[in-house]
Design a protein around this ligand. Structure first.
Ligand SMILES: *Cc1c(COP(=O)(O)O)cnc(C)c1O
Length: 352
């Protein structure tokens, strides 16, 4: 079995594996409804919202699109800071939904400051909390607050795909109205589910849009423990099982994730590698490739040790590499990965 050191999909949680071994449930039966409602309640707790969470069949990008489509009307102006591949994607989704998009372009690796988003005249702000493509973490509460002071009626939509269960998140307490996430990152489940969390304020602003992506229709069905269309109920079971295990000890889990990612950066520093982001997300460690070393050499050095890593995306393609312990790794497995990282680099950079 390979060590998945990629920032999604990730090494599965044993509770997810157990849940996936159960016989198929039919989604229009009482046990399935109970499971669906349990997963929704646990997700609501994970997102820290008094609102509701919708479970969609698809990946994180689908959740981002559902959020944008159902909360904003064509022609409305939204502000989208772009500082990586996923914030770029948020801007593209908003454009494809017919919104007027003002992009706030920043170099990849940076994050916006609150002053930059304190601009009036917007129906919404779309932000990525943990920019997985660069390893940067945006100060979501400060940004949401600055935007809402300038736009009291505006809605803040956040991508929490690699912060949910990796770092502290909150909706209302942070001034965030809606958030998107997925099953194959911090939740340590297989890919296949997207989540849209909606605060009470966002729930009031929901408008029926699209067909499969119509969250108004979904809300009606999901309040009864069903979904409008056949759900990936097996994955819903995996998500519920993982959340049930992790949420009661969330603080310790987040501390472990932070420690593990710091460990990767510590090893990188010992090896003389330059970190990509200034403000670091605990979801992934991103490093510039050493001078003259192609990405392929790094990838192969890890592959020889049965480890799968990630390269750069967009303008960072061929310039950086990324390692993640977002999946299910305990403290000692993380120390093993740190040793593997050093060994792999001993192949690449012979001792001087
Ligand atoms: C993985 C990821 C997504 C969603 O990607 P999918 O491949 O659609 O699941 C969105 N945003 C961020 C920050 C991500 O890391």
């Amino acid at each position: 079995m390979d060590w998945l050191l990629t920032p999604g999909p990730v090494r599965l949680h044993p509770k997810a594996l157990q849940a996936l071994a159960r016989p198929q449930l039919h989604h229009r039966t009482e046990p399935a409804r109970e499971l669906f409602l349990k997963a929704r309640t646990l997700l609501q707790e994970a997102f820290r919202t008094q609102g509701e969470v919708l479970i969609l069949t698809g990946s994180g990008t689908l959740a981002m699109e559902a959020l944008v489509l159902n909360l904003f009307a064509p022609g409305e102006r939204v502000l989208v800071p772009v500082y990586g591949k996923f914030s770029e994607r948020f801007a593209e989704i908003a454009e494809s939904a017919g919104l007027e998009v003002d992009r706030l372009e920043l170099p990849y690796g940076k994050v916006p400051t609150p002053e930059r988003v304190a601009r009036p005249g917007y129906a919404g702000l779309l932000l990525v909390h943990s920019e997985t493509s660069t390893g940067a973490l945006a100060d979501l509460p400060a940004l949401a607050q600055a935007f809402r002071e300038a736009n009291p009626e505006g809605l803040v939509g956040a991508d929490m795909v690699t912060s949910l269960l990796v770092r502290e998140v909150a909706l209302e307490a942070w001034g965030v109205d809606a958030a998107a996430s997925g099953s194959q990152k911090g939740l340590m489940c297989p890919p296949g589910l997207g989540f849209v969390a909606l605060s009470p304020r966002a729930l009031e602003r929901l408008r029926p849009r699209g067909y499969y992506l119509d969250l108004t229709r979904e809300l009606k069905a999901q309040r009864e423990g069903e979904s409008a269309w056949t759900p990936a109920i097996n994955l819903v079971g995996a998500v519920a099982a993982v959340l049930e295990e992790v949420l009661p000890r969330l603080e310790a889990h987040l501390a472990l994730k932070a420690w593990q990612n710091d460990l990767l950066y510590q090893v990188g520093e010992e090896l003389g590698l330059l970190a990509v982001p200034e403000a670091r997300s605990p979801a992934v460690a991103a490093f510039h490739l050493p001078e003259g070393v192609p990405y392929r050499a790094v990838k192969e050095a890890f592959a020889r040790r049965h480890a799968v890593i990630a390269g750069g995306q967009g303008p960072l393609k061929g310039k950086i590499f990324r390692l993640s312990l977002m999946g299910h790794y305990d403290r000692y497995e993380a120390l093993g990965v740190a040793a593997l990282f050093k060994e792999a680099f001993a192949d690449i950079l012979p001792p001087s």
